[in-house]
Write a protein that binds this ligand. Structure first.
Ligand SMILES: O=C[C@H](O)[C@H](O)[C@H](O)COP(=O)(O)O
Length: 227
């Protein structure tokens, strides 16, 4: 069975008529967006806020009406994917480079629902290299500052050039291996002037839906979400 499809479609249970929805990015939330499109055709009245240009294109093709983040006071529910989830439901995100807009959208959402296949669940964050969005100016300097925190960052490339994010920045992929204190690491990285944002989402997820290839679905609820 397609675990991503199972998880993505399960999240449709959190959607109600009249909601403003944050639409995440990636191959798991792809299924949520297709499902939402079908519900819209059947008469569901929702508005979406896209977290990337790719999601904007997909949502428009699916027939979902979109609004800009600046045009809403708050978002009812955001549904998004993750690259890694720990038992506290802290996350690593940004494998697709959308972490900044995803975090901005999540920060104004009353509820953040994460959809993932069960391989993303891990006792410690860090197996997946942490994406950090940095400004192009002096990116090598920022990279040195991040190295001092105990990893060897790699500049993300695409077609032979640094991959630009939707915001015109670069991504440094930072293999920390094992992140003991996600909040402390996020804070220290965010203190660096060249860092725009990190893919660490600490105490942001309210619900995580994990699906396996044999069809089982686990729904984990956070006791510690700070939003
Ligand atoms: O930048 C991308 C996002 O954070 C994605 O939500 C994350 O990489 C998970 O993507 P996928 O569902 O394709 O594994």
């Amino acid at each position: 069975m397609n675990a991503k499809k199972l998880a993505g479609e399960k999240a449709l249970e959190y959607v109600k008529d009249g909601m403003v929805l944050g639409l995440g990015t990636g191959s798991t939330v792809y299924w949520t967006i297709l499902g939402l499109g079908e519900l819209v055709i059947k008469g569901l009245n929702i508005k979406g806020v896209a977290t990337s240009k790719a999601t904007e294109d997909l949502a428009l093709k699916a027939g979902i009406p979109l609004v800009d983040i600046s045009d809403v006071y708050e978002i009812d529910v955001t549904i998004d994917g993750a690259d890694e989830v720990n038992p506290d439901l802290d996350l690593i995100k940004g494998g697709g480079g959308a972490l900044l807009r995803e975090k901005m959208v999540a920060s104004v959402s009353r509820k953040l629902v994460i959809v993932a296949d069960e391989s993303k669940y891990s006792a410690h964050l860090g197996k997946f290299p942490l994406p950090v969005e940095v400004v192009p100016f002096g990116w090598q300097t920022t990279m040195k500052q991040i190295s001092a925190k105990g990893c060897e960052p790699k500049l993300r490339m695409k077609n032979g050039i640094p991959m630009p994010t939707d915001n015109g920045n670069y991504i440094l992929d930072c293999p920390f291996d094992k992140i003991e204190y996600p909040a402390a690491l996020a804070f220290s990285l965010n203190m660096m002037p060249g860092v725009v944002e990190t893919g660490l989402f600490v105490k942001m997820a309210d619900t995580v839906i994990l699906a396996g290839t044999s069809g089982e679905i686990q729904v984990k609820e956070s006791a510690a979400s700070t939003r």
